[in-house]
Write a protein that binds this ligand. Structure first.
Ligand code: ADP
Ligand code: MG
Length: 443
């Protein structure tokens, strides 16, 4: 036992840190005239990327992956927090210092159709960053571009062709050659194979692995497809609504996910083992708006393993699920743009779906055995809504039915010897209830 622990911890400390991110936040559009609530695309991320590793970044579309990647290479300005490269906070750089630093970090984009300028030849596209940085002599630049074509598996005569003459896979090779031109240490790969046919995906992934070995590159590999990430990444970070929910070595995280969100995501991948008893978890609804994230845990509105308040531990599971759904309906109402709804009402002279809370209550609770105290709370909330006070209803329901998941942001709890962490209250002793740690989302 102690031997295992030792060897694991040595192997982790062996890796030297290249990038250290501390409480990084990137918000869009705060202080705008139309809507002053910012989109909290990245909302307090802390992690490290080791030199020479591939760190995977996965999560549903819109969770903030591209924004995080773009902030790391300063294509997006951080709202707060630090991004340290070899100890230098690059969010503080500007002018010539920033320009010099930019050579070290590049990005490969998802869509090879739109990310290459169709009016430039392939040679010009790959050479452009060299020109911008006044790299060596023009003659050496041309030579370097020819080498790069060879390195990514393209032909010398491709130099004078135009991107539209190439297939998706070849275009992605052009994008990769361009990213390599200034000999960077770090590359953000933003869904580099998502737009490609499956047969071409493997070729590009192999190329990326070969290049990493040859040039000692460090990758942040962004994907929404978990199965791609498993084999190419050393460690994986799982992102949800601007937060990292779990981060650890790929194999461990795939074999024994600890965070309820990771568990849910993985359960959606078909299990090749026919004897497996793994349960498929279908998450209800969609993630909340990043303009209005939940107060406590970011995953609390959809978590299939959410902690219940003590006094309702014995409530019927189906009833409890409907209470959670009712709360989500109320949340959605507070999020909706009331003025738009009212306009529609005025224009059409009809009631919209936002006015029939009584019907929704019927739908959810009429056929269920509901204890008197719970029913009273639901009635009270419905009353607030009938008085047009959705916000008060939302807060009332949170006070009555909410748990630590609704009120407090979970910390990053270390969940294995490898230093893997998970952002969930369930890992604390006081909430660890193995018997209840079963998903109830499928009912
Ligand atoms: P992902 O790459 O995981 O799909 P993104 O980082 O692209 O997620 O987006 C995260 C959130 O930020 C989304 O809600 C998206 O709509 C929003 N967003 C992204 N770019 C901008 C922008 N330039 N202005 C305003 N909101 C943006
Ligand atoms: Mg993206």
């Amino acid at each position: 036992m102690s031997e295992v622990q030792q060897s694991k911890s040595t192997s982790v400390s062996e890796g030297e840190t290249l990038v250290e991110i501390n409480d990084l936040k990137t918000y869009y559009g705060d202080g705008g005239l139309i809507d002053s609530t910012p989109v909290k695309a990245v909302d307090g991320v802390s992690l490290e990327i080791k030199r020479g590793e591939t760190l995977g970044l996965v999560g549903e579309s819109g969770c903030g992956k591209s924004t995080l990647g773009r902030t790391l290479i300063q294509l997006e300005e951080a709202t707060s927090g630090e991004v340290l490269f070899d100890g230098t906070d690059i969010t503080e750089l500007s002018g010539q210092e920033l320009k010099n630093w930019r050579r070290n970090s590049q990005m490969v984009f998802q869509d090879p159709e739109s990310s290459l300028n169709d009016r430039m030849t392939v040679g010009e596209i790959i050479r452009e960053p060299l020109d911008v940085h006044d790299w060596k002599t023009p003659r050496e630049r041309r030579e370097h571009v020819r080498e790069l074509l060879d390195v990514v598996g393209l032909q010398p005569e491709h130099y004078y062709r135009y991107p539209h003459q190439f297939s998706g896979g070849q275009r992605q090779r052009i994008g990769i050659a361009r990213a390599l031109a200034l000999e960077p240490e770090f590359i953000v790969l933003d869904e580099p194979v998502s737009a490609l046919d499956v047969s071409v995906q493997a070729q590009i992934l192999n190329l990326l692995e070969d290049l990493q070995e040859e040039f000692g590159l460090t990758y942040l590999f962004i994907a929404h497809d978990l199965s791609v990430v498993r084999h190419i990444c050393d460690r994986v970070a799982v992102m949800y609504l601007g937060h990292i929910m779990e981060l650890g070595p790929s194999d461990e995280l795939f074999e024994e996910p600890k965070n309820p969100y990771t568990i849910s995501l993985l359960s959606a991948i078909p299990d090749p083992d026919p004897t497996s008893s793994r349960e498929r978890i279908t998450l209800r609804g969609t993630p909340p708006s990043p303009r209005d994230p939940p107060k406590g845990c970011p995953f609390s509105t959809r978590c299939p393993m959410k902690i219940r308040p003590e006094e309702f531990r014995d409530a019927d599971d189906d009833l409890w699920l409907n209470i959670e759904i009712f709360r989500e309906v109320v949340r959605a109402r507070t999020r909706a743009d009331r003025s738009v709804t009212d306009q529609v009402k005025e224009l059409l002279g009809m009631e919209t779906r936002f006015s029939d809370i009584g019907e929704i209550q019927q739908e959810l609770f009429a056929d269920i055995d509901i204890p008197r105290d719970i029913e009273q709370h639901i009635d009270e909330a419905t009353g607030y809504i009938e008085n047009n006070d959705d916000q008060q209803a939302r807060e009332y329901l949170r006070d009555v039915f909410g748990s630590v998941c609704d009120s407090d942001s979970p910390g990053d709890n270390v969940v294995s010897n490898s230093g893997r962490f998970s952002h969930c209250h369930r890992h604390l002793d006081e909430y660890d209830e193995p018997d209840e740690f079963t998903p109830y989302a499928n009912r």
